[in-house]
Design a protein around this ligand. Structure first.
Ligand code: WT7
Length: 683
């Protein structure tokens, strides 16, 4: 499956310097470790596990599982029976056993240049303990779910680790989601407490976060799910720092006269008042390896988001190991992942993976284009960033401005570059490699999912010869296969469904509250395999190339959205009878949302309605789901059984006249009309 020898032609190799001292210095070493990870998983992972603290040892097998629905319920258990605590392992162990107390955990860089703060491992531990004590005093216990809806501030990391310390399950909702989405997630996870902030700036746009959080709680109340506790961090409205105990994020320098902070004394509590005078010590709650650690929602093809559940030990081992090997982490590195903690990338590669390794990271609140398009490189130089991890959409966005904004800065500290979120087109890959990394830094194109917990297909920077656009080979413990439509495994060069044949420690355990949905979504189509939902090609050298989603999912700027989710938001509008949403290739975002709407009788399409529909989706889901195009579609192409032919709509969205086989179309006259009504003629 993995070639015996690394291919020599048309591939790029890491420099000799990088190979020196690398954790995996050659392709041969990768092969050797890979075989060990598959043949003796207990021994392989044991080498990582021995670095962590275990209150008690595990009792059964290292990895126990059933991946075959025809043989009973799907389950995965890693190190079950062992007691540990992930917060203890990422903080106390680093401070006390590894003597890293004075090491910087985070350089926080605010939205405004000049807004900055540094937090060491010791300080982070104290702050987390204080906040864990606050949560306890609010009655939060092991197993309780806590919703977190916060901007990119250090307190967000504190809140998540405080939950982990007391065995509570965090459910972070990205601060770009709407009140409706937040309400849905609070209710689905049955959270008892919400942690939020007053507001924040994204570039020059003010987000009234508390206002949105309040709307969400109001909606929960309307749906008979009252959440009567809300802790709010004063991020923008903080008074003089010296008067506020436990201050961390400094006052943003922008005026915020438009900030609205509704306050209900029955429900709302101020973060700073709560932590004032609270003890800096908090004994961790020892958790079983398989106790839940967090829930994180990801789009589902039915439209209702799925609460992906990860558990303690497998996730800890996997994020720690992938972080160390994929970014070839060394103690003097300064690492920066530009993702938001509200997504899995931030969970695994801002919080847990880096902290488990005792790494120093940049935590950035702002945007790559604010105040100008050099911001990223300015930050790279400011903190001497050596490992940099971002998304193809950000690369494509910056590429548009040429190399000059990049070359204004030195970037000589950079050693390894990474990407995640969607397939990276070779052109963007080359620009990243040539211009940003000046051909000096390997690019690790990491394929993974919210569900996989960590990287599953990825190069190792000093070991894997790179091919621009290929996620290359599996990480340790991961066994990929490519299946055809009939579920047969394909050998050699081939293309089909990307699946995994066995679990690795970091794979999700269930969909929160709906194990059946977990089984149906990932294991039913091809019994015996975990189905990723992505298409994949294997070339003659055995390299894997992810070709994108093959289900009804869209990837907009690295974020997954389901067509059904956007469609149901559209049809909730009184003017809309039916909606069909497809992806249309977009140079920066990867895909844009192209929506076809059939209106109710007697309603005519106009710009006002179009604006209303866009707003409707933004309000229902969030700004990331705002439609790019809406087309009036009096009729939709359907099969005789009534199924919308999205394949045809995708072609119409792109103005491609060759529609392929349309013999199953019930009424072919709709096609001409759809082409005529295209809303972006000329594009
Ligand atoms: C989907 C998962 C993993 C964190 C961010 C997204 C796509 C992700 C790559 C890559 C090609 C990629 C896939 C995957 N994807 N990384 N390197 N190459 N495609 O997490 O929201 O769970 O999305 O993102 O389609 O299934 P997510």
């Amino acid at each position: 499956m993995i070639p015996d020898k690394a291919p020599g032609e048309d591939v790029l190799h890491a420099s000799g310097d990088l190979k020196k001292g690398a954790h995996v210095p050659s392709f041969e070493k990768y092969k050797e470790l890979y075989v060990k990870s598959i043949e003796s998983p207990e021994e392989f992972w044991g080498d990582f596990a021995k670095d962590f603290f275990w209150k008690t040892k595990y009792t059964g097998k290292f990895l126990d599982y059933n991946f075959d629905v025809t043989k009973g319920a799907i389950y995965v258990k890693c190190m079950e029976g062992a007691l540990t605590n992930i917060c203890y392992n990422v903080l106390d162990r680093n401070v006390h056993d590894r003597k890293l107390g004075d090491k910087v955990a985070f350089y926080w860089e605010g939205n405004e240049p000049g807004d900055e703060k540094t937090v060491t491992y010791r300080e982070l531990l104290q702050r987390v303990c204080k906040f864990a004590n606050v949560l306890k005093s609010q009655g939060v216990k092991k197993g309780d779910r806590v919703s977190i809806y916060m901007p990119m501030v250090v307190e967000l990391v504190e809140a998540m680790l405080a939950c982990a310390r007391i065995g509570a399950v965090h459910s972070i909702v990205f601060a770009g989601f709407s009140s409706e989405s937040l309400c849905e997630r609070i209710m689905d996870s049955r959270c008892s407490l919400l942690i939020t902030a007053d507001g924040f700036y994204r570039g020059d746009k003010l987000i009234n976060l508390k206002l949105i959080a309040d709307e969400a709680l109001e909606k929960c109340r309307d749906k008979s799910f009252p959440v009567e506790k809300c802790i709010m961090l004063k991020h923008l409205t903080k008074e003089d720092e010296s008067t506020v105990h436990g201050s961390l994020s400094p006052p943003a320098k922008r005026a915020c006269s438009d900030l609205q902070v509704p306050w209900n004394p029955e429900v709302d509590m101020c973060w700073h008042s709560l932590v004032c005078g609270v003890s800096e010590e908090c004994e961790p709650v020892w958790c079983d390896s398989e106790d839940p650690l967090f829930i994180l929602y990801t789009s589902g093809s039915t439209g209702k988001p799925k609460g992906v559940l990860h558990t303690v030990s497998g996730y800890m081992l996997y994020t720690a190991a992938t972080f160390k090997m994929v970014f070839d982490y060394h103690p003097d590195d300064v690492y920066w992942c530009t993702a938001d903690i509200g997504w899995i990338t931030g969970h695994s590669y801002i919080t847990y993976g880096p902290l488990a390794n005792g790494a120093t990271s940049v935590l950035f609140e702002g945007l790559p284009t604010y105040p100008d398009v050099s911001r990223m490189w300015e930050i790279v130089d400011k903190y001497h960033v050596s490992k940099f991890y971002t998304a193809p959409t950000a690369i494509r966005l910056l590429m548009k401005f040429g190399s000059e904004p990049v070359q204004k800065y030195k970037r000589d500290s950079l050693k390894i570059l990474g990407t995640v979120g969607e397939p990276i087109n070779p052109e963007a890959w080359q620009w990243y490699y040539n211009v940003v990394g000046e051909k000096r830094c390997p690019v690790v194109d990491t394929f993974w999912q919210t569900e996989t917990g960590g990287h599953v297909m990825t190069p190792l920077p000093a070991a894997t010869p790179m091919k621009p656009g290929s996620a290359t080979f599996p990480f340790f413990g991961v066994v990929p296969a490519i299946l055809n439509e009939s579920g047969e495994e394909l050998d050699g060069p081939s293309e089909g469904y990307l699946v995994f044949k066995q679990p690795w420690p970091g794979v999700m355990r269930t969909v929160y509250g709906n194990h059946q949905r977990f089984e149906t979504t990932y294991f039913k189509k091809f019994p015996g395999y975990y189905v990723t939902g992505d298409g994949c090609r294997r070339d003659k050298d055995g390299y894997y190339w992810i070709t994108g989603r093959i289900d009804d999912m869209l990837n907009v700027s690295g974020h997954l959205l389901s067509t059904a989710e956007v469609e149901s938001a559209l049809v909730e509008h009184e003017a809309v009878a039916e909606a069909a949403v497809v992806g249309r290739p977009h140079l920066v975002k990867g895909e844009s949302l192209y929506c076809f709407v059939t209106l109710n009788d007697g309603i005519s399409y106009n710009q006002k309605l179009e604006a209303e529909l866009k707003k409707q989706v933004r309000v229902k889901i969030g700004a990331i789901a705002t439609p790019d195009f809406i087309q009036n579609a009096p009729g939709l192409p359907k099969t005789r059984s009534g199924k919308i032919m999205r394949r045809v709509l995708r072609k119409i969205a792109c103005n491609e006249r060759d529609l392929g086989d349309v013999s199953t179309l019930a009424d072919s006259s709709v096609i001409d009309q759809l082409f005529e009504n295209r809303c972006c003629t000329g594009v």
